[in-house]
Each structure stands twice: as C-alpha cells, then as structure tokens.
Design a protein around this ligand. Structure first.
Ligand code: GAP
Length: 450
C-alpha cells in the first residue's frame, strides 16, 4: 500500500520516530531529530549496511574520517567550482527556487517573475579557529567520499589490500539545499553510507554492473518491494562533474519516482585530482602485472535518512480490523526499532513478577519494550504501528504451566511456548522461521482475542 506523506509524518511524530529540529522555536527547515524509535531504526539501517557491505566481505574495509577537511580538498575535488545549483529568486514574494523546479521563468508559488539563474554553491562555510576571515574559511563536507580519496594511500599502506577492494564510510554530510521538503527526503544535514570501490580501469564496467545488482538486492533483502525500485541512467546534463557514468536506484516515494541511491563510475577523477593538487603519488602498483596505474572507482552512495524514508514508506500498511483499521509497519525484523514487546495480560500483581522476569531475559538478547497500559488488543495495535515483529504475552495460565504466548505482527498468529525455550524461539522467528516450525515443545494455542 502506498502511504500518503502526511500520514507518515504524523505517525513518525506521534510515535517518536522523527521530530522537526528546534521545533519549540518554530523549527529549522530540512533538519530533523530522530526520537527513541527513529534512532533505533537508523542505527539498524547503518548496522545492516555495515554488516553486509563491510564485515561480511573480504574486499572492503571501513573508515571514519573527519567532517572538517583542508579547504584544498574541495578545490581539488571540483566542489568549490562545480558543486552548484542554479538559483532563481521571485521578484514578487522573494522565494528562492532551483531553476529546474520552475517553469517559464515564473514562481511556482505566486506566479511572480523570477530573476535570471545564478550559480549557488551548496557547501556550508564556516571558520576554522577564532578569526572570522576568508583565509580561515572551510567547508562542512557535502559528501563523505573525499575523506576516503584523501586516505587512499594511508589505507593502501596499512590494510594490505589488492585491487579490487573498497573503502566504506558512514557519516554526516551537509548541503545548503535551495529547495527542500518531502520530509527527510532532502535535508540540509544528513547521513551518508558511501563505498569507493577501487578497480583496474579495464574492469570498471563489470564492477559497475555488479554494484548495480548488489545494491538493489540489498533493499529487496531488507523487505523493499522490488516493484517499487527502478534504475534511471543519468543523461549528459544530469551527470555530476566527477562522473563518467551514473545510475540512480529510484524508489517510488509518495511524491513519485525519485533517487534513493546513486551508483557512479568516477573513473580516476578524484585520485588524479588529489595527486595533482597534493603532489603525492596516489597510483597503485599491481604486483601481478608489474604495472603502475591510477585505479578507477565505482561508487554506490546512499543517504541513511532517504533509505529510512523508503523503508518506512514500503512498510506502511493498513488493513480492516473489525470496525476499525489496523495500521502497521511491516518492517523487516533486522530493521524494526523494537524486536519484541513483553505484555502482561493485565497489571494484576500476581502476573507482574513473572512478566518482569521474562522482560529481563528477553531484553538481554533483543531490543524490547514492556507495556502494561490498556487492553491487550490496544497494546498489540500500538506495537503493530511501530513495526514490532513479535509480542510475548504472560497470562494467569503462564504462572502454572510456565508457558507464554508469542504473537506475530504480520499474520497475528499466536503460539504457546515454554519460557525455557522463549529466547531461542524468538531468535528463530526473528530470523524468518515461520511459526509452523517451532522447536519441540512449542504447540499451537488459540491465543487472545484481539
Ligand atoms: N558521493 C556521491 C554523492 O554525494 P549524490 O547523488 O549527491 O552523490 C548520494 O548523493 C546520495 O545521498 C543520494 O542518492 C541520496 O540518497 C543522498 N542524498 C543526497 N543529498 C541529500 C539530501 N540533501 N538529503 C538527504 N539525502 C541526500
């Protein structure tokens, strides 16, 4: 089901996923704060990316470079000159627009006449040290990639990797975007997950195709419906100043198909530029062929916030529920902010000690939430709405037979399992095991009326 953006924004605020930055002062546009659930979702996305792109691969190493870098980096990389958008201003209402968001030289808001476009650099400037003068001006990085390129020789010398290999980094980036909006789709402060994958120049095409495939599969593996993904090849007029070829992995967001991730063939542009400007040799010596050359780079790059939006949109669902509607986030268990909810049937004091013991055991293994407020049906709905895949319920029978109920978010099926087998069963279920193949001892049970 495709969710309307307003509904999603409201759910995210109401349930503590995402808040407007500096909200009590009227808000700061295109900057967002992640609440208790949002921060877990975001951490899970980054953790899964790091697990799949770095830890489980033999040809990738990680890096964490600083946000502030020497100004010369941005001169060499071409960002000082080329990281610009054409900006037009409305002569009537003074609103500013990216030229490609306007038509016929008229303001999209009030129809007023627009100024001629002028180039606007998207990098945020600040001052390094106590003196506020141009000589001390530096930039907040608009991409994490340059931190990787300027460390290429350091990593080569220390990680003992042979081509092909990649360097991956997750970190904040800043862009003074002219037009923002669409919630966390385009922010002025955001996080990126970037890979610079260094290859022999004559293998760049093969590796480009490999990463196109690999990255689409990553989203599908984590629950994105593949019908909502498509590839878009950049035309000459869309290519960034450093790219030879670029494809976007587009996602069908509520406002239409838009870029989720970019995969670019940057050739040897960056290493060659940094070698030229720094005077350092950044070439690679191939021990097999005895040749020295500048590696080419394939770059899969995605914003964590934009990925979070795609996962939330894709997971959002509504279904009829008696006279009401059940809202749920069908998030993949690896991404769900809370994995297991522990719910005593009521606040009856005889249930609480056992429920607390179960909670203590469960939270040692999984991110868990304890909830004893309101009816069990309402509590299930609350957990559905934040995407919790499993709920464990403790009832009066549990006190006697030491069994508890596990209820599944998507199917609403319930089963009864011995407490001694609980964490093992939850583990199996969270890794995708269907309810039908429970370990010995588990048996079907009628469950609670929802
Ligand atoms: N190093 C390559 C690079 O920066 P990009 O296409 O400008 O390429 C890569 O950005 C990805 O970063 C985009 O596909 C998107 O996911 C994310 N991104 C870019 N600008 C963003 C913004 N203002 N807010 C949120 N995410 C953004």
């Amino acid at each position: 089901m495709k969710v309307d953006m307003d509904k999603l924004v409201s759910l995210c605020k109401r349930r503590g996923f995402i808040f407007q930055s500096s909200e009590i002062y009227g808000g700061l546009s295109a900057c967002w704060d992640y609440g208790p659930l949002g921060v877990e979702l975001k951490r899970n996305i980054k953790e899964m990316w790091w697990r799949d792109m770095v830890r489980e691969r033999d040809d990738m190493v990680g890096l964490d470079s600083s946000v502030l870098m020497h100004r010369a980096v941005w001169s060499a990389s071409g960002h000082e000159e080329g990281f610009v958008d054409p900006l037009m201003e409305c002569k009537a209402c003074n609103q500013r627009w990216r030229a490609d968001d306007t038509k016929d030289g008229r303001c999209p808001d009030c129809g007023g006449e627009l100024t001629e476009p002028r180039m606007f650099n998207l990098m945020f400037k600040t001052f390094f040290g106590p003196v506020e003068e141009e000589a001390a001006a530096i930039y907040l990085r608009p991409e994490t990639a340059q931190g990787i390129f300027v460390n290429f020789a350091n990593v080569m010398d220390t990680a003992r990797k042979k081509l092909p290999f990649g360097i991956a980094q997750i970190g904040k980036a800043f862009r003074n975007e002219i037009t923002t909006g669409n919630f966390i789709f385009r922010c002025r402060e955001f996080e990126m997950m970037e890979i610079e994958f260094f290859v022999k120049p004559d293998t760049a095409g093969e590796w480009f195709s490999y990463w196109l495939e690999e990255r689409q599969n990553w989203y599908i593996k984590l629950g994105i419906n593949k019908e909502n993904l498509r590839l878009h090849q950049h035309g000459e007029d869309e290519l960034a100043h450093y790219a030879r070829v670029c494809y976007d992995i587009d996602y069908l967001f509520p406002m239409g198909w838009s870029e989720l991730e970019g995969i670019a063939d940057r050739g040897d542009f960056d290493l060659a530029q940094h070698a030229k400007h720094s005077g350092k040799d950044l070439s690679y010596f191939d021990p097999d062929s005895g040749e020295r050359f500048m590696p080419y780079v394939i770059e899969p790059s995605v914003g964590v916030d934009r990925a979070a939006l795609a996962f939330l949109v894709d997971a959002y669902d509504e279904e009829p529920d008696k006279d009401d509607i059940r809202v749920l986030l069908r998030l993949h268990p690896d991404l769900a902010p809370v994995k297991v909810a522990v719910l005593p049937l009521s606040r009856n004091e005889t249930l609480v000690p056992m429920a607390k013991d179960v909670y203590a055991a469960v939270r040692k293994c999984f991110t868990a939430q304890y909830d004893d407020a309101q009816s069990i049906g309402r509590r299930y709905r609350r957990q559905d709405e934040i995407g919790t895949p499993l709920a464990v319920t403790i009832d009066f029978q549990s006190l006697e037979d030491h069994q508890v109920t596990i209820r599944e978010r998507d199917s609403m099926k319930q089963i009864r399992v011995p407490v001694a087998e609980l964490t093992g069963t939850l583990e199996l279920k969270l890794s995708g095991e269907p309810l039908e193949v429970l370990p010995p001892g588990g048996k079907y049970w009628l469950g609670f009326e929802e």
